[in-house]
Design a protein around this ligand. Structure first.
Ligand code: DX5
Ligand code: ZN
Length: 220
């Protein structure tokens, strides 16, 4: 059984000159904040890192979920923990055996999650779900906000839901990329617990209204 749905915003496509102000407006309506860290190597884009997260920590009380789209994520764990991140998710494509990364994260007081790209099969993460607080299923190829949702990934959400439920595991299933009320509804039906929306929230004329529409869409 999926847990009560949680909604997060990704600030990747926000106006970085007004980040604090934009976050302040939507913060009361969110369950957590999704932070996209990119290194220009694992993905062909650069975003921001621990200093920006530390600044946001001063103005926000939300849970900070750091999605690490970088080739060497463990090198960032300590700085992210100090900056105020609450969880780190690392791509299975860079750590095919993630036990050491999970242990390192927990030593720093961070929750731990695994992420899989759209072409990566669920079988790649299935043996490691016990290690995870979070399984993040990418519904776009990572690197940029504003892309279209890839519906084929819903099969992986369904497979993860079945395995997590049948084994009584704790991991939440999060979906990220191209999330709108319509795609969030599909992902909820497939068994997702947490929904990350970037463009649909931060580029909406009414960001608060956009969060509320998402929430209504995933209400059971
Ligand atoms: C993509 C990022 C996503 C993205 C979501 O690389 O991991 O978190 O910012 O943005 P939208 O909702 O615009 O796809
Ligand atoms: Zn992300």
């Amino acid at each position: 059984m999926a847990k009560p749905a949680r909604i997060a915003a990704s600030i990747l496509n926000a106006d970085f000159a007004r980040l604090g102000e934009e976050l302040g407006r939507i913060e009361p309506y969110l369950d957590f904040l999704h932070l996209d860290i990119m290194d220009g190597h694992f993905v062909p884009n650069l975003s921001y890192g621990p200093p920006v997260i530390a600044s946001l920590r001063h103005v926000s009380r939300l849970f900070f979920d750091a999605h690490l789209m970088v080739t060497n994520p463990m090198a960032l764990f300590e700085a992210l923990a100090k900056a105020g991140a609450n969880s780190v998710t690392v791509h299975i494509e860079v750590y095919p055996d993630p036990a050491r990364a999970a242990a390192a994260a927990r030593d720093l007081g961070l929750q731990f999650g695994l992420v899989l790209n759209p072409p990566t099969p669920f079988a790649a993460v299935a043996p490691f779900l016990e290690l995870c607080d979070l399984l993040l299923v990418m519904s776009v190829n990572p690197g940029f906000g504003g892309q279209g949702f890839i519906p084929e990934v819903l099969e992986k959400v369904e497979a993860a839901r079945k395995l997590i439920d049948s084994r009584g595991l704790a991991a939440d299933i999060e979906i990220d990329g191209g999330i709108t009320p319509d795609t969030a509804r599909l992902a909820r039906r497939a068994g997702a617990d947490a929904f990350v929306a970037g463009t649909a929230v931060v580029r909406a004329p009414d960001p608060v209204g956009a969060v509320e529409e998402l929430r209504a869409a995933v209400r059971d």
